[in-house]
Ligand binder design. Structure first.
Ligand SMILES: [Zn+2]
Length: 503
């Protein structure tokens, strides 16, 4: 017998979940956490089963969000293959079998499975279980450090990808008759697919161009002019590049109302620059949205519409995950609104699954639980002021002592500078000698007619004011060379901050 599934009509409880009060939300999360740990994670995850057993953690003692602190953190290093364990990532996938289901599932859950077998036939019941757990899709971690790691999805996880995509599109208030231009790079990365599945879920007209790599910048501009989308989505630096090229061609983009950016940090200064560019091409009432997501969660989160210059924060999905904010040094859990590292725990994944996963992302302003002042939803919101901890670099400017520099502060300064068209930061060793000190170079494409001497002085002064570090070199390059340096048309990731020191 063959089974054929149509694209599912998923009943998403979002409308209800997004209106619960904090007590109800926490109760829901506690209940989901208990069920997930005792009926999915501990029984079926080879990795976590081993960790629980080694550390003597009884799965039924994890009953609430507060109990999470008894579980060890999971980090990127835990997935990375070693010569002894070449397939470590597989250990994170939930892998049920008859014996484990019999042993760990509560009687009512087993009875439901049995009833399904009696009513629909054994084969259908087995197929249901397979579809819930069998990998059928994957995306990869970015691989900025080390080898990319695959994250596996089952049909259950794909259904969740529809759900998170649909929730994001609702947050952006995109209506069913709007047209969406998806410029995320076609790659086995979350961003592209999150938009594709979100579009399916909401039954929207989405054109996924694949970014610069697939149809080139000319191709993207031509397609935008023909399609006249109201929404453009993509990686910030590439969206900005395409819009800038369109502006140079004197194109009119008056259909565009919303820009959705993902896969990289977006500052309010950058949003303002993008808005100005769109307005110069005839657009009005433009809203720019940031999103946040990572491979390991197999989902992304979104801002809702606000007035310019403010962010609502990312609206979280409390029925799908638990977020904690912890001290990056001590691991201690922070209170509401406090800064720290973002830690993620899945509540509803099936294939690759992580709990207490340290994202390596540092959030200023933490998580807020008061209702969103802009859309009224009551889900917890994660501040959008997020930097990668790996962008805070230990630099040796002298041979005597090292300095920690947050390169995002460099980025903020350069993003906000009117006279700077495009920029890149590069760290390298002096004279390319591995035994020498570190140097920071700022590559910069100035606007036409700008006095370069004065601009260089301004860049040095402003960066020093923000970071107490002055760049070693400020190098002016043409836009053409900068596009190559940034690999704007070919890369899957932003290359605004480069660390070219030998590893
Ligand atoms: Zn909101």
């Amino acid at each position: 017998m063959q089974y054929c599934y149509n694209a599912p009509m998923i009943l998403d409880p979002w409308a209800n979940v997004a209106r619960l009060n904090p007590t109800e939300t926490r109760a829901l999360q506690n209940q989901k956490l208990q069920e997930f740990i005792t009926q999915q994670l501990y029984p079926f995850s080879p990795h976590y089963r081993r960790i629980f057993d080694q550390q003597g953690i009884k799965p039924d003692t994890i009953r609430s969000i507060g109990d999470l602190k008894h579980l060890p953190f999971t980090s990127k290093a835990d997935f990375v293959a070693t010569p002894e364990h070449p397939d470590r990532y597989k250990e994170f996938a939930l892998q049920p079998d008859k014996e484990k289901i019999n042993r760990f599932w509560p009687v009512p859950k087993k009875l439901r499975l049995l009833a399904s077998g009696l009513i629909e036939g054994k084969q259908v019941a087995q197929e249901r279980i397979s579809r819930e757990y069998r990998p059928c899709f994957m995306t990869f971690t970015g691989g900025t450090t080390g080898k990319p790691v695959p994250f596996l999805y089952s049909i259950h996880d794909i259904n969740n990808l529809y759900v998170s995509g649909s929730r994001m599109l609702q947050l952006f208030e995109i209506k069913s008759d709007e047209r969406v231009f998806n410029m995320f790079p076609y790659a086995p990365h979350l961003a592209f697919w999150q938009v594709v599945f979100g579009g399916f879920a909401e039954c929207l007209t989405v054109f996924s161009s694949g970014g610069g790599k697939c149809i080139g910048t000319e191709g993207n501009i031509g397609a935008i002019l023909r399609m006249r989308p109201s929404v453009i989505m993509g990686v910030p630096s590439y969206v900005y590049h395409v819009l800038r090229m369109a502006a140079e061609k004197k194109s009119r983009l008056d259909s565009v109302k919303k820009i959705v950016l993902g896969a990289a940090r977006v500052t309010e200064g950058f949003k303002a620059k993008l808005t100005e560019l769109l307005v110069s091409m005839g657009a009005s009432d433009v809203a720019i949205f940031g999103t946040y997501g990572f491979t390991e969660a197999k989902a992304a989160w979104a801002e809702c519409p606000t007035k310019p210059g403010v962010s609502s924060g990312y609206h979280l999905y409390p029925d799908k995950e638990i977020f904690e904010v912890v001290d990056p040094d001590t691991g201690e859990v922070k209170k509401e609104g406090e800064d720290g590292e973002i830690v993620y725990t899945a509540l509803d994944t099936r294939c690759s699954t992580v709990v207490r996963y340290r994202t390596g992302d540092y959030v200023k302003g933490g998580i807020r639980w008061e209702p969103c002042p802009y859309c009224g939803r009551t889900v917890p919101r994660l501040s959008s002021d997020i930097t990668r901890l790996s962008d805070i670099k230990g630099l040796d400017f002298s041979k005597i002592k090292g300095t920690f520099v947050n390169l995002n502060d460099f980025a903020n300064v350069l993003n906000d500078m009117e006279a700077v068209k495009e920029w890149q930061i590069e760290i390298h060793k002096k004279d390319n000698d591995p035994h020498e000190v570190d140097e920071v170079a700022v590559y910069c494409t100035p606007k036409e007619g700008v006095d370069r001497g004065r601009l260089e002085e301004n860049i040095r002064k402003t960066i020093f004011g923000a970071t107490e570090v002055s760049p070693n070199q400020v190098v002016f390059v043409t836009l053409e060379d900068m596009v190559k340096r940034l690999e704007l048309e070919t890369a899957n990731k932003e290359r605004k901050i480069l660390d070219n020191r030998p590893q």
